[in-house]
Design a protein around this ligand. Structure first.
Ligand code: CP
Length: 357
């Protein structure tokens, strides 16, 4: 049985296999429509969502499966203090597959540990959003045919934006060049940069202003400020103007650049760009359906055809709790600390739940 907790759970070959399947499903849904007949997907959303939850539910139902779950944790027994472990043990009895979104980094990993059905991470705190990154990369490949060699600028709140973390990591892994565009307070966290370096040999450039680098970019990936995760002492206004993307800024961009955004947008991506042929963000959210259908099918029936080359990771018990206040290990107190060792020339140890170095 396989889970998708971060994209480190899939090899490059497996990601490409999922994209091949997504292509088939996109053009010929009828062939696949009965694939999940009689199967149930549980969607456990401890945090709000429009795209992730509804596209997973749509994907499951297009495969003739059914869905159950909650969208408000106050209506579930977590409000009475139930742990993630016990929730996982219960939902295993009710469903064949679980998608979970949670406010703590590493929560999906905990759910996978205690569930005996495949678990998909639908976003865990300010850590990762792997299925968003699958959709994003699929969208890049559909427009650009490749990731290798393209220059991707990721701008906005890179510190707390989980979609930005997963997208940056997958682009680095497939050979794209990254520029991280944000003021210091919102720059990419060390744990992401460290993984890029140790796993993929990449050292991304940093820029303070989008206008300084716009001419170089093949992909401009905009993120909103993660207002729900910001510490109280951060001045939100400091960051906003530096990366507002509007028609004026896009005048200096390449004619075939792609504008991407995981959505929802707030005020960092101007509505005037919606008709610009370079805008790819609605296409990006539409691509969530074939990619999530392909992922569901891969985890629930096609494992032996699609998921054939699992990556190896070095994980062991740690000797102290993680320092990251958003890490699940600091809330679910039955968990033992675990560390992941990243290889390469310089060995580094990271929290296996939240990736913190
Ligand atoms: N992109 C994304 O995760 O959107 P939702 O929060 O609406 O699911």
């Amino acid at each position: 049985m396989r889970h998708l907790i971060t994209l480190d759970d899939l090899s490059n070959f497996e990601i490409e296999q999922i994209f091949r399947l997504a292509d088939q499903m996109r053009v010929d849904l009828a062939t696949w429509s009965g694939f999940c007949q009689g199967k149930l997907l549980a969607t456990l959303f401890y945090e709000p969502s429009t795209r992730t939850r509804l596209s997973f539910e749509s994907a499951m139902e297009r495969l003739s499966g059914r869905t159950l779950g909650f969208t408000d944790p106050h209506s579930a027994s977590v409000a009475k203090g139930e742990t993630i472990a016990d929730t996982a043990r219960m939902v295993t009895n009710y469903a064949d597959l679980i998608v979970v979104r949670h406010g703590c980094a590493g929560a999906a990993r905990v759910m996978a540990r205690y569930a005996s059905v495949p678990v998909i991470n639908g976003g865990d705190g300010s850590h990762t959003h792997p299925t968003q990154a699958l959709t994003d990369m699929y969208t890049v490949i559909r427009r650009k045919q490749k990731v290798q060699g393209i220059t991707v600028g990721i701008c906005g709140d890179l510190r707390y934006g989980r979609a930005a973390h997963s997208f940056a990591l997958v682009i680095a892994r497939f050979g794209g060049t990254l520029i991280h565009i944000a003021p210091d307070a919102f720059q990419m966290p060390d744990w992401v940069v460290s993984r890029m370096k140790h796993l993929y040999g990449q050292e991304p450039l940093e820029a303070d202003q989008l206008t300084d680098v716009i001419k170089e970019l093949d992909v401009i990936y905009v993120n909103r400020l993660q207002a729900e995760r910001l510490p109280r002492d951060i001045n939100v206004e400091v960051g906003r103007a530096r990366y507002l993307l509007n028609a004026d800024v896009m005048r200096n961009a390449k004619s075939d650049a792609m504008i991407m955004h995981p959505l929802p947008r707030v005020n960092e991506l101007s509505f005037e760009l919606d008709e610009d042929p370079r805008a790819a963000y609605f296409e990006q959210s539409a691509n969530a359906i074939p990619t999530r259908m392909a992922l569901i099918a891969s985890l629930t029936g096609l494992e032996e055809l699609v998921l054939t080359q699992p990556p190896t990771r070095e994980i062991s018990v740690g000797d102290h709790l993680c320092d990251n206040p958003n890490c699940v290990a600091n809330y679910e107190r039955y968990l033992e600390p675990e560390i992941e060792t990243l290889g390469g020339q310089q060995i580094t140890a990271t929290c296996a739940y939240c990736g913190a170095t």
